[in-house]
Design a protein around this ligand. Structure first.
Ligand code: NAD
Length: 482
């Protein structure tokens, strides 16, 4: 249920911020104010970190058996399932994404808790071979207090990607959701408490990222920073965290290539490429925003691709049959449009979209039509910089080596997709691409268990997988002389 006011969630319950200041959170599809949200000060950050520190240093959570923690994670999943419809509604209201998208993401968030419940009990230390007379074993211990900072594009799913492995490992958390989309993170904190997570283990604070973010990432009480967001913010966080040598994982931006070879299943490639860029209104870190199409099928592919893009229904995210919801804010709509204008100034050709949709439904809120730009070359800014909206650039190619070179010619290395029926080629190209994720004839990149993360300036560390457990634990080696 939507509340009118969200206070900070510290030490197992809601608490007013020290300054009494609030900011408004909106529905991006209507521009209406949804709720007042507490604006944390540095003092509040101190309180949240102190609660997490106390829960870690003296509380029972890190000292429970993995099986007991797993039981609580499964209980969180159970409560989320029971509150599924409400969570979906709140997510759609606060993010402008469609009901289908919210259902898929929250469904996955639930499974993430179940996945990490299993991981908690299977991932552990081991006994190592050492010279006679000695005995050595390793223990996986929780890394400590984790500051987790997340973006607005997948609010609840990103919170689950962060909180679930931290809980499984026995860590404690101060989570800072994005100011645009704080609501479901607060609900998740309530659910954690209801499921039996002890007080102080999960704390949620909200406020300006540029004000409290740096303070949180430098905080001496924090052992690890796990960040998802823009590459430039990630660089700032890494620099600040380095001063106290905090553990850092960074899930950053992307400009992912989508390569369509001439021997592909054309219909699957067209549909998968549409999904790859326009899902979540293009506001996906692994959005396949650079589309490379083999010259031999370019005309046929583009005819279907543009035709189907024009038929994508944009509108009220609650309405059935709508494929694409709102963009997150007026400012973001302007950024998306400015990239399109820049591309046109640089000589690109607009094949569809390039503006807000028209009609009474779009009188309020923030919108952008599915947009396809051709006559683009890979060095143009629109092909190199992350737009984070429903805009794809299309570049033809003739040779496998040529397209590999273009695909890798980016500072990013998050996602990538290949469409071909030739398995040899698929595996060759998958091996040659410098990216953390390669999709072969698949529009989908992530399930609980698949490592998710980037190469190059898309960051480092992996989420959503057993690898993640390593990033929330320290390895202690115990050597004894028998
Ligand atoms: P952002 O970097 O502006 O903000 C992300 C979070 O960081 C927010 O909570 C914000 O308040 C906070 N923040 C802002 N400045 C900060 C600072 N100096 N110190 C600490 N925290 C600070 O990103 P965004 O616009 O919210 O999200 C979009 C970006 O997220 C895109 O670049 C997208 O690719 C990326 N993203 C990456 C992944 C991934 O897994 N690689 C997933 C989703 C989104």
């Amino acid at each position: 249920m939507l509340k009118q006011q969200y206070q900070l969630y510290i030490n197992g319950g809601y608490t007013a911020g020290s300054t009494g200041e609030y900011f408004e959170t909106y529905n991006p599809a209507t521009g209406e104010v949804l709720a007042q949200v507490a604006k944390a000060s540095r003092e509040d950050v101190d309180r949240a970190v102190a609660a997490a520190r106390e829960a870690f240093d003296r509380g029972k959570w890190p000292r429970l058996t993995a099986a007991r923690r797993a039981r609580v994670l499964n209980k969180i999943a159970e409560i989320m399932r029971a509150r599924f419809a409400d969570l979906v509604r709140l997510e759609v209201l606060n993010s402008g994404k469609t009901v289908d998208a919210a259902k898929g993401q929250i469904g996955q968030a639930i499974e993430d808790f179940e996945f990490y419940a299993a991981a908690a009990v299977t991932e552990g230390g081991r006994v190592n071979q050492v010279p006679n007379g000695f005995f050595n074993y390793t223990v996986k211990e929780p890394v400590g207090v984790c500051a987790q900072i997340i973006p607005w594009n997948y609010p609840l799913m990103m919170a689950a990607w962060k909180i679930a492995p931290a809980l499984a490992a026995g860590c404690t958390v101060v989570l800072k959701p994005a100011s645009h989309t704080p609501i479901t993170a607060y609900v998740l904190a309530e659910i954690c408490t209801e499921a039996g997570v002890p007080e102080g283990v999960i704390n949620v604070i909200t406020g300006s990222g540029s004000e409290i973010g740096p303070y949180l990432t430098e905080h001496p009480g924090v052992d690890k920073v796990a960040f998802t967001g823009e590459t430039e913010t990630g660089k700032d966080i890494m620099a600040r965290a380095s001063r106290t040598l905090k553990r850092v994982t960074l899930e950053l931006g992307g400009k992912s290539p989508n390569i369509v070879f001439d021997d592909c299943d054309l219909e699957a490639a067209v549909d998968g490429s549409l999904y790859g860029i326009f899902y979540n209104t293009g506001q996906s870190c692994e959005a396949r925003s650079r589309l490379f199409v083999h010259r031999a099928i370019y005309d046929r592919f583009m005819e279907q691709f543009v035709e189907k893009a024009k038929r994508i229904q944009v509108g009220d995210p609650f309405r059935e049959g709508v494929h694409m919801g709102a963009v997150i804010s007026a400012e973001h709509e302007r950024v998306i449009d400015s990239y399109v204008q820049l591309a046109l100034d640089e000589g690109a050709t607009l094949l569809c979209g390039g503006k807000r949709p028209e009609g009474p439904e779009f009188a309020k809120g923030h919108w952008y039509l599915p947009t396809i730009l051709a006559n683009v070359h890979n060095k143009m800014r629109v092909a190199q910089e992350e737009i984070f909206g429903p805009v794809v650039v299309v570049i033809p190619f003739a040779e496998e080596q040529e397209v590999i070179q273009m695909a890798n010619d980016t500072i990013y290395g998050l996602g990538s997709a290949i469409w071909t029926k030739d398995h040899g080629r698929a595996n060759r190209v998958a091996a040659a691409i410098r990216a953390g994720i390669v999709m072969i004839n698949s529009p989908i990149s992530a399930f609980p268990g698949t490592p998710f993360g980037g190469y190059k300036q898309s960051g480092f560390g992996r989420e959503l997988s057993l690898e993640t457990m390593q990033l929330y634990t320290e390895t202690k080696s115990v050597v004894s002389y028998i």
